[in-house]
Ligand binder design. Structure first.
Ligand code: PMP
Length: 392
């Protein structure tokens, strides 16, 4: 059972096991609930309890906002997983990686007194929060210039700009399509968002070693609600500017959260390569979902998925099946038009590709939610594909 669980609209009852009849399944959100069963198995080792008088100060006794112990644990995790090189980098904590997205853009933008400003770009299909955040904060130091394809053609904005004034967001593996990416704008500052560069979601070919890298616990351990992310930054001045932003914005990441994260990351470390390895668990779950989803979709001529080849993973030491966080679905038939709308009629909520600056022929399906949500999603898709078979 799941006492204290938070049911979504398709499930009811004390342990969220009773289905709401005829429910529209929601595959929109990137909520990482697939890891809940792992933490239920490790309920005691991952529990954090502390007294009312603990952690009341803004700062730790060493005067810092960031727990040095937590920094060390995160570095150990990167070395053990082999997904990033923490050596020679400065670590900056944020309230979710979403806060660090703003902090890093600020840190890499020219000084507001210099009279110039940075153009911020990404290659479509990209994670939409880069655009929406920059447009909302509407700063003098930087502005959103959209898709790199448009930018590289010289058709957009100020064509006299040099690439030094460009900040490029690179998501690797990419949200929504799981492609491992590299920067494409030469001479630009890249912010490489590795939210999904963990062995649950992708093979790990080599440790990442870019100048500015971004990680989040949301997709690593699944604790999205704790709002915790970190950046690894080579240049000390850039790191200091990012820290200045965090100071002005929230006076550091919550120290309650840092305490919880230390326990969670240490629990992950204690089980690496053992029977209870979180990445082996996560990869098993996600691979099974991808395999079952492909079995259904491959029978259809109406809908298709991105192709991902099996690849060698340095963490597992073998060639592994794909296990992406999201399916990037395409509606193949002209007459089906908007893929999001087509799936909505089949009682499936997805996230339209329009958000990612892609065509409405594409839509994103989250595979990160619970097993119950996935089973329901697969039932709805099977009904859709079966109906297509009946008419052909
Ligand atoms: N980057 C990417 C690519 C994401 O997909 C997400 C969450 N969906 C985030 C950053 C933000 O994560 P959080 O703020 O929870 O750390």
């Amino acid at each position: 059972g799941r006492p204290g669980c938070e049911c979504n609209t398709c499930f009811q009852g004390a342990d969220c096991s009773v289905r709401t009849p005829d429910c529209t399944v929601n595959a929109d959100s990137g909520d990482p609930m697939f890891l809940e069963p792992y933490w239920m198995r490790h309920a005691e080792a991952s529990a954090v309890v502390f007294s009312g008088w603990h952690r009341m100060s803004y700062r730790a006794t060493n005067g810092l906002f960031q727990s040095v112990e937590l920094e060390r644990s995160i570095e150990r995790l990167h070395r053990a997983v082999g997904n990033a090189v923490p050596d020679g980098k400065h670590m900056v904590f944020g309230t979710g990686s979403v806060q660090l997205i703003s902090a890093l853009v600020y840190a890499l933008s020219p000084d507001s007194n210099s009279g110039s400003s940075a153009s911020v770009v990404a290659t479509a299909p990209y994670y939409p929060a880069y655009r929406t955040g920059i447009v909302l904060f509407d700063s003098r130091e930087n502005h959103w210039e959209g898709n790199t394809a448009r930018w590289a053609n010289g058709t957009a904005g100020n064509s006299t700009k040099k690439n030094e004034d460009v900040i490029e967001f690179v998501t690797s593996p990419n949200n929504p399509d799981a492609v491992l990416r590299r920067p494409v704008v030469g001479g630009a500052s890249a912010i490489v968002d590795h939210a999904y560069y963990w062995p649950h979601f992708t093979h790990i070919p080599a440790p990442a070693d870019e100048d500015v890298m971004l990680f989040t616990v949301s997709k690593l351990s699944g604790h999205a609600s704790s709002r915790f992310g970190w950046a690894l930054i080579r240049d000390e001045k850039v790191a200091q500017r990012a820290k200045d932003y965090i100071m002005q914005n929230t006076m550091g990441a919550s120290r309650d959260t840092q305490l919880r994260m230390l326990t969670i990351i240490n629990a992950i470390l204690a089980n690496l390569h053992g029977e209870e390895d979180i990445f082996a668990f996560g990869q098993d779950v996600m691979t099974a979902k991808w395999r079952r989803l492909n079995a259904v979709v491959s029978r259809s001529r109406r809908i298709s998925l991105q192709k991902i080849p099996p690849q060698y993973c340095t963490y597992f030491g073998n060639i592994r099946e794909p296990s992406p966080a999201y399916a990037w679905m395409k509606c193949e038939m002209e007459e089906d038009g908007d893929c999001y709308e087509m799936l909505l009629k089949a009682k499936i909520v997805t996230r339209s590709g329009i958000w990612n600056d892609a065509s409405s022929r594409y839509t994103r399906i989250s595979l990160l939610k619970s097993q119950d949500d996935f089973d329901l999603l697969l039932e709805r898709l099977t009904e859709l594909v079966d109906a297509e078979m009946d008419t052909t």
